[in-house]
Write a new protein. Structure first.
Length: 82
């Protein structure tokens, strides 16, 4: 039996759980997107520092229009890339 990568092992485990599984794998951002609010609601007694909330929100907004994005346009052909 060959070695299984950590991500393959996690993805295989998650196929057998009640977690949402994406076809291209599951990122930390995906986990927070799916479960952060439920975690906060289920554990209101935890004293989570403001900096944690700030950084989780930054991560969740990353690569979305909420934080903006880079826009590139080729001066020769007009090809646009965001």
């Amino acid at each position: 039996m060959g070695l299984v990568s950590d991500s393959a092992l996690v993805n295989e485990y998650m196929k057998h759980c009640n977690l949402n599984v994406r076809t291209k794998g599951y990122t930390i951002k995906d986990i927070f997107k799916d479960y952060w609010e439920d975690f906060l609601n289920d554990h209101p007694h935890l004293n989570i520092r403001d900096t944690v909330h700030l950084n989780v929100n930054r991560m969740l907004k990353c690569q979305t229009p909420k934080l903006g994005y880079s826009f590139y346009e080729c001066p020769n052909c007009g090809f646009e890339f965001r």
